[in-house]
Design a protein around this ligand. Structure first.
Ligand SMILES: Nc1ncnc2c1ncn2[C@@H]1O[C@H](COP(=O)(O)OP(=O)(O)OP(=O)(O)O)[C@@H](O)[C@H]1O
Length: 248
């Protein structure tokens, strides 16, 4: 039996009268890529926030590697192997690429005292092909490279589970394909578990092992990309749009 790395059980989040999440459950197996789709306002970011510990659920439970983390602060979850990136690019523009990655590596040292931050950064620079720009200031780099820096900073914390909130947003077709290949390699060769929110349907469907669709805070479809693509819920939500979802 394969053990879930992430288990979300019956999670609901209410903002006043609004049910942003309504009894959501999902399991993510180690080393897999899960794509989270759904129209604007479906609850995708709220679900990420619940998993990351930024949003306390009104009810339900979150387990990371078999441990109940529902009441754990974000930093404690990070120490258990959770990292996330944000919808808006969040690189430190006035720091160099190396310094950006060091922020991630230094935070890892808080819970793993033996790590050598510069060695971690060297490794991430190599894995992401960023060695040539390590001294460049992040905000002087093109969006595609900044997305890699953001990813690199998350990787430098040594995650087991990476939450990517629109990590391919703003990338051109070529960069998007490169990002997909990179994420696939991280999952297949390093066993990294990835959950991603993405509006680019070909990207999600081509990359994910499992796709989960949220609508009005509920899981309305879940399965392989082929299963989800043919589900009535997806057909209804995205009828007439084969390339993008949600319109963001
Ligand atoms: N802090 C908050 N207070 C009140 N309502 C909120 C809050 N955060 C989110 N919401 C509402 O909860 C619902 C779900 O929002 P959420 O951002 O999770 O959706 P999403 O699927 O990520 O949307 P998008 O694709 O546009 O990013 C929306 O109706 C949103 O307006």
């Amino acid at each position: 039996m394969s053990v879930s790395l992430l288990r979300v059980s019956s999670v609901s989040v209410r903002f006043g009268g609004l049910r942003a999440l309504d009894d959501v459950s999902l399991d993510i197996r180690p080393g897999t890529i899960t794509g989270l789709i759904g129209p604007n306002g479906a609850g995708k970011t709220t679900l990420f926030n619940v998993v990351a510990g930024i949003q306390r659920p009104t009810s339900g439970r979150v387990e990371l590697a078999g441990r109940d983390v529902t009441r754990h602060a974000p930093q404690r979850r990070a120490s258990l192997g959770l990292a996330r990136t944000f919808q808006r690019l969040e690189v430190f523009g006035t720091l160099s690429v190396r310094e950006n990655l060091l922020v991630g590596a230094e935070s890892r040292r808080r819970w793993e005292r033996s790590v050598r931050p510069h060695a971690i950064v060297d490794d991430v620079l190599t894995r992401l092909g960023l060695g040539g720009v390590e001294q460049a200031l992040a905000d002087q780099l093109p969006t595609g490279t900044q997305r890699l820096v953001e990813l690199g900073r998350a990787l430098a914390t040594g995650p087991r589970l990476l939450l990517l909130d629109e990590g391919a947003s703003g990338l051109d077709e070529h960069e998007t394909a490169q990002m997909a290949a990179l994420l696939r390699t991280l999952a297949d060769e390093e066993g990294l578990t990835i959950a991603l929110v993405e509006h680019d349907m070909p990207f999600v469907m081509g990359l994910s092992d499992t796709v989960v669709m949220l609508d009005h805070g509920q899981v309305v479809a879940a399965g392989t990309p082929a299963e989800v693509r043919s589900s009535a819920a997806v057909q209804a939500a995205y009828l007439g749009s084969s390339t993008t979802a949600g319109g963001a």
